[in-house]
Design a protein around this ligand. Structure first.
Ligand code: NAD
Ligand code: IPM
Ligand code: MN
Length: 355
């Protein structure tokens, strides 16, 4: 018998609606493939916890979580109760840093049956990975407010790029490209305007590329890169970017491929010293929360990425097959895909295909 300890954190809003669908599918996959997921659900890292305790997580959250094989995460944020930077720095961003999940891996794929907002695009035309730096860069806590309330009032925030931090994300991207037929890395830069950190990023890209003679590479400034996501998505294979650029590209990419509602991600610590965390790209969606309207596929695809990471490759592939089947059925599509199916109907249909 194979056992995996999984920490489950629902978070806020539609996190509480899509996590149960992800678990439903994981359990169906586990039954089919003869392994067991030992789940430990954590009632923290959500804004109601903050309302009760004045913080997002207990002080001993690391002990509470222990050493799971992976963390299965919904979405956090309820800005009516807690300002977003407080709730996110108190939960998700802490996990990414404390567990050194320096890779944020986000596939962008146009799936059969999904209406594409770009004209004339078919499945196969959009199929690439966004590799996002996940622990440093523009997301820094270094900086501050000064001279508050005076006419000299100012704020500043430093971007931090370390050689280790930049090189390790680039290495991951080049290694990934090497496994792909096209073997192409595209780097997101802005070295024309952001004149210290981004030229450094470019230098490290060039240095890394020199150790990968079989991988080709190019770079675009982030402004034209976003335009090319829309105009020429077929030219991308592996796109690597800093924390902020990767964040933006990983909403834009899935939107170009139909919806952010199906987009998954892995926050990965490749060395396996710490647990990796799997979550949809989207957030808690307060505008549709509590109405059973959310597309659960981003969470379910994240479950497939998690099983793949745990070595359950066939189970992961079966979930992907079930997702593909369901997306082809108009009656099973949720509202973001132009359908009328609710969250549970879509989730159950995927789980049933695995039974
Ligand atoms: P969002 O991703 O929550 O929502 C953006 C839009 O996409 C909304 O119109 C929403 O209804 C729609 N949408 C998102 N997921 C969907 C799904 N599964 N099915 C159908 N429609 C879906 O982004 P936002 O509105 O910028 O943020 C809302 C809150 O979530 C904020 O507190 C934000 O900080 C937080 N957030 C958290 C995460 C995370 O936990 N990883 C990610 C992004 C945003
Ligand atoms: C994401 C989210 C987070 C990020 C927010 C909620 C802090 O947008 O996972 O993409 O910016 O990393
Ligand atoms: Mn984002």
């Amino acid at each position: 018998q194979r056992f995996y300890d999984i920490a489950v954190i629902e978070g806020d809003g539609i996190g509480k609606e899509v996590i149960p669908e992800g678990i439903r599918v994981l359990e169906a996959a586990a039954r089919r493939h003869g392994f067991t997921l030992r789940q430990k659900w954590h009632d923290f890292a959500h804004c109601d916890y903050y309302a009760r305790h004045g913080r997002m997580m207990p002080e001993n959250w690391k002990e509470e979580i222990g050493k799971p094989a992976a963390i299965f995460f919904g979405a956090v944020g309820w800005p009516d109760i807690v300002p977003d930077h407080i709730s996110l720095w108190g939960s998700l961003l802490q996990f990414r840093r404390e567990y050194d999940q320096y890779v944020n891996l986000r596939p962008v794929r146009l799936m059969d049956g999904v209406p594409c907002p770009l004209s004339g695009r078919r499945p196969g035309d959009i199929d690439f990975w966004v590799v996002r730096e996940n622990t440093e860069g523009e997301y820094s806590a270094i900086g501050g407010r000064m001279f508050e309330g005076t006419e000299r009032e100012m704020v500043m925030q430093e971007t931090v790029m370390t050689r280790k931090g930049v090189d390790r994300i680039l290495k991951f991207a080049f290694d990934l490209a090497q496994t792909r037929p096209r073997k192409l890395v595209t780097s997101a830069t802005k070295s024309n305007g952001i004149a210290i950190t981004m030229p450094y990023w470019d230098e490290r890209v060039e240095a890394m590329a020199s150790s990968y003679p079989e991988v080709s590479w190019n770079k675009f400034h982030i402004d034209i890169l976003t335009a090319n996501f829309v105009l020429k998505p077929q030219i991308f294979d592996v796109v690597v970017g800093s924390n902020l650029f990767g964040d933006i590209l990983s909403d834009l990419g899935p939107a170009c491929a139909g919806t952010i509602g199906i987009a998954p991600s892995g926050n990965i610590n490749p060395e396996g010293e710490h647990p990796s965390l799997f979550e949809p790209v989207h957030g808690s969606a307060p505008d549709i929360a509590g109405r059973n309207l959310a597309n659960p596929i981003g969470q379910i695809w994240s479950a497939a990425m998690m099983l793949d990471h745990l070595g359950e490759k066939q189970a992961a592939a079966d979930i992907m097959g079930a997702i593909e089947m369901v997306l082809k059925q108009p009656s099973l599509r949720t509202r973001d895909l132009g359908g009328a199916a609710d969250t549970q109907t879509c989730g159950k249909a995927i789980a049933d295909l695995l039974a």
